[in-house]
Design a protein around this ligand. Structure first.
Ligand code: PEP
Ligand code: MG
Length: 541
């Protein structure tokens, strides 16, 4: 009898947190079929055209049932397939005697290499969309009609996963996903986070080291995939899962109650919105409104920058959902880890310290004005608040206010309903936190994700310096207290909307620093309210 395979652990970066246990399901695309043509060039040509048409039809179907952000990604893929330039080199090679499969793959591989070699992180991340198109059409050519039966509670492992494959995956069959590649800028990491699917990217392993069907633990908390887990590892994992499940059930009881500490202090808990589609499953009664809307989702599609009407309608939908509760929209925070093609600079040596957030908006007033106009129109229709990211000096806030007032005045002159909303600022830059009293903002929202990285000089997405990226660093807490005191002294609201707000172990320090308004992702709403209920301020200080 052969010995059972021994446990193997592979490190990866956490793209979406969580823990899962299940068999590995390797996602392997159709291998290239024979390079020898089986048909006449005319038949090979017809086969390629039919496969392209079928792939386009499938993507169109998918776009129709997807949320707006995902649909935009798919629309760009469809546009590629509709462009006759895409297939032209393959068709020429077929005329020269190659098989449709070999010609198509060679032509697409050349395009993909161009994207992968780009200096621009955004274009590199788009290579995955082209790989998806290559494989979809290749699958059609190979007449791959017999898909394997859906797995049960498996961990999906793939080289990379384009958004379209993510969207058409039935995630009820999977407990999590692991990608050999992936990037922080990839849409798929964002989609996984928005849907609460645990995901690791950049696994330190070769796909061939993993076995389809092997038992595995996906630890998207510690950042590793464990193949063939030993009995003790499985036990620990099952215990942790049982604890997580019991905690989630207990926390759910707090979802629809006001958040009040054990000693009676009321805390407002608002929602962070990255993707409005996620709001469909949430009752607005469970929160105190929207504390942060990352408006980048409007700009991530590849179909160009969103026009005023598109933005206006989106902001109105948020107001309608909130049903009278305040909705805070953050103006575009492009740059850093969120490049936007055609907008963010390409060659910055340190994008986190470059032209991101409000710096970029002020440098591109023709883009900023469109967003401010849409926001001023929406503000006339409900309790909208607007805040600006990455503010460093008061002049930036003052320029924003002046531009906003000008835009609102123009709109009124043009006969639109418009209003200048309450204008707040995110506190993410240490210089702004230190000199907070010099900023004439209507409210302040502390962006701890960035504040911590700038105070500790430790990147928020680099596991190698994760121990230095400490939200409880005394310097961070001192800055938070400073902002809260200034808010209290001037009667202005101070909230905190970084991930720190959703981590129960940070709650007591935040409440003891005087914070009374938190904003968290929807998946953390119940847990945060439950943590508030367990907190006793007088004891935890
Ligand atoms: C933050 O920095 O804490 C924040 C909420 O903004 P983002 O995570 O979008 O940079
Ligand atoms: Mg930030």
């Amino acid at each position: 009898m052969s010995a059972p395979p021994s446990e193997q652990s592979f490190a990866g970066s956490v793209a979406s947190p969580g823990l899962a246990l299940g068999p590995i399901r390797l996602h392997v695309t159709a291998a290239a079929a024979s390079a020898i043509p089986q048909r006449t060039p005319a038949e090979e040509r017809k086969a390629l055209e039919a496969a392209i048409t079928a792939a386009r039809a499938r993507l169109t179907e998918l776009a129709e049932v997807s949320d707006p952000m995902a649909a935009e990604i798919l629309t760009v893929q469809i546009a590629f397939l509709e462009d006759s330039e895409l297939a032209a080199p393959a068709l020429a090679a077929i005329t020269g005697g190659e098989s449709a499969m070999a010609a198509w793959r060679a032509a697409m591989n050349e395009q993909i290499a161009g994207y992968q070699e780009s200096d621009n992180a955004y274009f590199r991340a788009r290579a995955v969309d082209m790989i998806d198109l290559r494989d979809r059409v290749a699958d059609g050519l190979a007449s791959k009609t017999t898909a394997p039966p859906p797995p049960t509670d498996a961990i999906l492992v793939a080289e990379d996963l384009p958004p379209s494959r993510f969207l058409e995956t039935d995630w009820s069959c999977y407990r999590g996903a692991v990608l050999m590649q992936g990037s922080a800028a990839s849409h798929v990491s964002m989609l996984a986070r928005a849907r609460g699917i645990p995901m690791l990217i950049g696994l330190d392993a070769d796909l061939s080291a993993l076995a389809d069907g092997a038992a595995a633990v996906l630890d998207a908390e510690g950042g590793c995939l464990i193949q063939h887990p030993a009995a003790a590892t499985l036990d620990r994992c099952r215990q942790r899962l049982a604890r997580l499940q019991a905690d989630a059930t207990a926390d759910a009881a707090f979802l629809n109650k006001p958040a009040v500490t054990a000693d009676g202090t009321r805390v407002q808990v608002c929602l962070n919105v990255d993707d409005p589609a996620a709001l469909e499953s949430i009752d607005p009664a469970a929160c105190n409104g929207i504390g942060l809307t990352r408006s980048e989702f409007l700009f991530f599609g590849d179909t160009g920058l969103p026009d005023e009407e598109t933005q206006f309608q989106t902001y109105l939908r948020l107001l309608a959902w909130a049903d009278g509760k305040p909705v805070t929209v953050r103006t575009l925070d492009a740059g850093g880890d969120k490049p936007i093609a055609g907008l963010t600079p390409d060659q910055e040596t340190n994008p986190f310290l470059g032209q991101r957030g409000l710096r970029l908006s002020l440098a591109r007033p023709e883009v900023f004005r469109v967003q401010l106009r849409a926001l001023a129109r929406a503000a006339a229709r409900g309790p909208l608040k607007v805040m600006v990211p990455m503010v460093t000096v008061p002049a930036e806030l003052n320029r924003t206010r002046a531009l906003f007032q000008e835009v609102a005045k123009d709109l009124l002159a043009e006969g639109f309903e418009a209003r200048m909303p309450s204008l707040g600022m995110m506190v993410e830059v240490p210089a702004a936190a230190l000199a907070i009293a010099t900023f004439d903002a209507d409210f302040y929202s502390i962006g701890s994700n960035d504040l911590v990285q700038y105070v500790t000089a430790a990147s928020r997405d680099n596991a190698a310096v994760a121990d230095l990226y400490d939200p409880l660093n005394p310097a961070v807490i001192e800055l938070i207290e400073r902002v809260v005191s200034h808010g209290a002294a001037t009667g202005r609201e101070v909230s905190l909307c970084g991930d720190m707000a959703a981590e129960p172990k940070f709650l007591a320090p935040l409440l003891n620093a005087g914070l009374r308004v938190l904003s968290v992702a929807s998946a953390s709403l119940a847990q945060t309210k439950a943590a508030v209920a367990r907190c006793t301020l007088s004891e935890s200080g």
